[in-house]
Design a protein around this ligand. Structure first.
Ligand code: UD1
Length: 363
């Protein structure tokens, strides 16, 4: 049983790692790791392979950046050749990035079965490129592995047959629980001089927050206000860095002494920062889930989330981009009144085991 495990961008790596490892336990499975190269910087890609103990990709497509259409088209052209050479029995994709949708389209046109891990999540916001990727992938997939119950409902509403859908839990939490102890060996807290001092951890990279000058400027201003009360560690995504330079907003960064800006940070160092932070301020999808698992308060700077369980049950609060709301919620957390949460069902470190077992039994 040959299975192509596809990754492309940073948030894919921690999702594929436990699945690829689990497949290695079954002699009847031949897992082939395909990296599209959507993310290619050492700190966005290679570092994660090392931290997550992933082997070198068997196939690397090197597609790089571009407009969404260019990137998607390049992935499709390159992946079609891989499909012709490898002739897999299944293509397994994770998450919602352009590589996820592009490779699903190719697989379905070549009449190969598709498994989508992290199926059914919906923000109901079609201005997000990820929402389109989720819808396309779920419409084409033969196995849909769901992380939270909202996903079951969304897929039912879209008319996806029940027998294709499996509630298996969250593979991102498999990686987090597997590497949490190892992350404690990281020296990142002393490297950044936040050992023992309270700090907020920030990530921002959504186009809606960083690609519009006024929005990005407002957010940087908000951070400078928060930075008067607490240290801020802000590992900066290349998109955000590029937009700060394009809009000439560097003065916000250089003028705030409590603001510690770094390059993108590897998986283990980031986990160590996250588990020691007072709070997270983010527009990421995965971080909403990781903070819920860790019980760390998370303020999500977006109008919506495709991961509602992190709000219903977890530590996540959705605030939108308004400065007053972000500052109000931050102060609440800093004064010890942050949200307490619970760990959602099946976020137990064993999701990959359930997924691979189902594939072995049914493929
Ligand atoms: C992509 C995903 C997003 C995910 C994010 C995590 C899509 C549609 N978006 O967004 O869902 O949350 O990854 O990081 O798939 N760049 C580099 N080095 C790299 C990669 C990118 O410098 O290794 C720069 C390039 O200038 C590029 C820009 O970042 O144009 C954006 O990269 P891209 O892959 O288009 O989207 P992300 O914003 O990273």
């Amino acid at each position: 049983m040959k299975i192509l495990n596809v990754v492309g961008a940073r948030p894919n790596f921690m999702k594929i790692a436990p699945i690829h490892r689990e497949m290695g336990k079954y002699p009847q499975i031949e897992p082939v790791l395909v990296h599209t190269g959507q993310h290619y910087d050492e700190k966005m890609s290679k570092l994660f392979f090392q931290d997550l103990q992933l082997p070198e990709p068997d196939v690397y497509l090197g597609v790089g950046s571009g407009t969404h259409t260019e990137q998607t088209a390049r992935i499709m052209l390159a992946f079609e050749k891989v499909m012709e050479e490898q002739k897999p029995d299944l293509v397994l994709v994770v998450g919602d990035v352009n590589s996820t949708a592009a490779c699903s389209l190719v697989a379905s046109k070549m009449q190969t079965k598709i498994a989508h891990v992290e199926a059914g999540l919906r923000s109901f916001d079609r201005t997000m490129p990820e929402e389109i990727n989720r819808m396309i992938t779920d419409a084409l997939a033969d196995f849909l592995f769901v992380t939270e119950k909202s996903g079951l409902e969304n897929l039912k509403n879209e008319g996806i047959a029940d027998e294709k859908v499996f509630f298996t839990g969250n593979v991102m939490i498999d990686s987090l629980s597997f590497f949490l102890e190892k992350a404690k060996e990281s020296s990142i807290l002393s490297d950044l001089h936040v050992n023992g001092s309270p700090f907020a951890l920030v990530t921002l990279h959504r186009p809606s927050n960083v690609d519009v000058k006024d929005n990005l400027e407002d957010l940087l201003h908000t951070l400078s206000v928060i930075g008067k009360d607490v240290k801020i560690v802000f590992p900066m995504h290349p998109r955000t860095k590029k937009m700060i330079e394009t809009f000439d907003l560097q003065n916000y960064i250089s003028s705030s002494e409590n603001l510690i800006i770094t390059d993108p940070i590897g998986y283990l160092d980031f986990m160590q920062l996250m588990q020691n932070a007072k709070l997270l301020l983010t527009d990421s999808g995965g971080i909403q889930e990781e903070t819920t698992y860790l019980g760390i308060p998370c303020i999500t700077i977006r109008e919506n989330t495709e991961r509602p369980i992190t709000i219903d049950l977890g530590t996540n609060v959705l605030v939108g981009p308004q400065s007053e709301r972000i500052i109000e919620e931050t102060n609440k957390i800093l004064s010890g009144n942050g949200k307490k949460g619970k760990v959602p069902e099946l976020w137990d470190g064993h999701a990959a085991e359930r997924i691979v077992k189902i594939l072995v039994e049914r493929l």
